[in-house]
Design a protein around this ligand. Structure first.
Ligand SMILES: [Zn+2]
Length: 301
């Protein structure tokens, strides 16, 4: 979960994008269909929320919402009538999209604008995407649609072509480390940041999830297995809940080993990890067994 502090203050690397979008909004030149994309864990949802607040605010500025007006208060309370979010655990079906669109048909109740947010746009089924197309083509007055995805390739080309696309990049390593240092008493190294794809919110969420597997536990466990000190089946059973992450870390470990020493055996292990990452995606796969197989291949001399 993201901390309160992070959700109240826009992440520093997103400030300039918000400002550029708010400027265009104030000049009445902002596109009504916005698609925010980029890697997981960089704050796309926070940018969308900040933008939504700015678009709904009764006294907006380039810096976003005023925080004081009736609209801002309703947004904070989570009861703004002109702000709609379409979320779903699984796929986002056509009925959900239609009911979301129907809500946009009435006049805005507080200010002039209405916002529909689709936080995981790649979960839309094909029928749902097609239902949304019409609204993207001919939006109702004063309506903004904000779509978010970490997987641009999973969206229909017709959706992509009707949105204004904003591809958000990873923040720089120093930006991420500086920001993480303000979030708590954590000792975050560059290696740890890299272990989470250089995505600072992924690092923060892992650090706050005390029940989850930490990168430190992983590197210690891997070292024990490689030196023959640890029981790989026991470790596989212990880590199976984080199997994808473990495979990802193993892959990265052998990638780094290969780059440092150019040993072909490390490259082979790196490739094996890629194969296991694919297998981990199969529904119903036994992850303890999968990790046991991976570890026994990795420790073979
Ligand atoms: Zn306001």
């Amino acid at each position: 979960m993201i901390t309160e502090a992070a959700s109240e203050h826009l992440l520093p690397w997103l400030v300039s994008t918000r400002q550029a979008l708010m400027q265009r909004f104030l000049q009445h030149s902002l596109h009504h269909g916005l698609l925010l994309s980029g890697p997981e864990g960089i704050g796309k949802r926070q940018l969308a929320n900040a933008l939504m607040k700015g678009l709904l605010c009764l006294q907006p500025s380039e810096q976003g919402e005023c925080g004081q007006c009736q609209s801002c208060k309703l947004v904070s309370a989570g009861t703004h009538p002109d702000h709609h979010v379409l979320e779903s655990e699984k796929q986002l079906g056509v009925d959900a999209i239609r009911s979301g669109i129907a809500k946009l048909n009435s006049t805005a109740q507080i200010g002039r604008h209405k916002v529909l947010l689709i936080p995981v746009a790649d979960k839309m089924t094909e029928a749902a995407s097609n239902a949304l197309l019409k609204t993207l083509e001919e939006p109702t007055d004063n309506t903004y649609l904000i779509l978010i995805t970490s997987n641009l390739n999973a969206l229909l080309p017709t959706i992509l072509s009707r949105c204004e696309k904003h591809q958000l990049a990873l923040p720089s390593v120093s930006q991420s480390l500086n920001w993480l240092a303000t979030q708590g008493d954590f000792d975050v190294t560059e290696a740890l940041l890299q272990a989470y794809g250089n995505a600072p919110l992924r690092v923060l969420s892992a650090l706050q999830d005390e029940a989850g597997l930490s990168y430190r536990e992983f590197t210690d466990g891997l070292a024990d297995m490689l030196s023959g000190k640890a029981d790989i089946t026991a470790i596989a059973a212990k880590w199976q809940g984080s199997a994808e992450l473990v495979i990802d870390w193993c892959q990265q470990y052998y990638h780094d080993q290969y780059r440092a020493q150019l040993r072909s055996s490390d490259f082979e292990r790196y490739q094996q990890c890629i194969g296991f990452a694919r297998r981990a995606q199969h529904p119903g796969i036994n992850k303890t067994l999968l990790l046991t197989q991976l570890f026994s291949q990795l420790i073979q001399q």
